[in-house]
Design a protein around this ligand. Structure first.
Ligand code: CDP
Length: 246
């Protein structure tokens, strides 16, 4: 969220600056299994965001003392390429923001991966943002879920994530960068669609109780679309094969 000085008009004639309605997602495309060396991978375009997710493992936890005899250890590295936005990033190593996003993403997947099946191992999740335009933590989680599914690692559910927020009195879904910078609230959420469990909820700014309820409803409605796109991406390679033998 930015300061209110020089705040641009984010809603013009009842539409957002990119022409979307308040409850409209940006276009989302996901391709599964794009990286040969990874055990699971996905490439996602979400509006102007472009993100790769790669999964390695389960493999022996190294160094050995980092392993857990009861379950797999989940590791996550979210990283934004220095060339991914117009903003100056300085160095390309992990900064506070990347460390925070890596941590909350790891916690999302600790709640859905059946890690008890793989004691003594680690599962590495990498999220590389090569072009960013707001909402990359949500888009990264959505892509990583597909990458994990292609790796064959058993999960209790296929989580999705998206942000809701507020501009003036309007609750909106899927904030882009300019909206993220100048909105009155930004609330990324990740959800387990089968159970409805909330796996991530962060909040920048504030919402009233009613606005919060409205935002959660919008996230769940958008989630139906996001989940469908994730499932279609997972099925697509098999549909290609079955069409070949028709
Ligand atoms: O991407 P997300 O909304 O999850 O995270 P954020 O910290 O709220 O950042 C919003 C957007 O600002 C990012 O998606 C980037 O487009 C941009 N950003 C940037 O260009 N450089 C940074 N160091 C941090 C954010």
């Amino acid at each position: 969220m930015g300061s209110s000085t020089n705040k641009p008009e984010l809603i013009v004639n009842g539409k957002r600056l990119d022409g979307r309605a308040f409850d409209e997602l940006r276009p989302i495309k996901i391709e599964a299994g794009v990286l040969k060396n990874a055990d699971g991978s996905a490439y996602l375009e979400w509006g102007k965001n472009k993100i790769f997710a790669a999964v390695y493992g389960p493999k022996e936890a190294l160094p050995k003392h980092t392993g857990d005899p009861e379950k797999a250890v989940i590791k996550c590295r979210y990283s934004m390429a220095p060339f991914s936005s117009l903003e100056e990033h300085g160095r390309s190593g992990p900064n506070r923001r990347a460390i925070e996003i890596s941590k909350v993403t790891k916690e999302v997947f600790e709640n859905v991966i059946m890690s008890e099946n793989f004691p003594g191992t680690e599962i590495d999740i990498f999220i590389e943002v090569v072009q960013s335009d707001g909402g990359t933590r949500a888009a990264g989680i959505t892509a990583a879920a597909v990458a994990l599914a292609t790796s064959g690692i058993p999960m209790r559910d296929l989580p999705y994530a998206v942000s809701a927020g507020k501009i003036g009195e309007h609750v909106i879904i899927d904030l882009n960068k300019i909206e993220d910078n100048y909105s009155d609230a930004d609330m990324p959420m990740a959800i387990s669609p089968r159970t409805g469990n909330v796996l991530l909820l962060q909040m920048d700014g504030s919402l009233t109780r009613d606005e919060f309820k409205q935002a959660v409803e919008m996230v769940k409605k958008a989630g139906q679309t996001i989940s469908r796109i994730q499932r279609e991406a997972l099925k697509a390679p098999y549909e290609k094969i079955s069409n070949k033998y028709k």
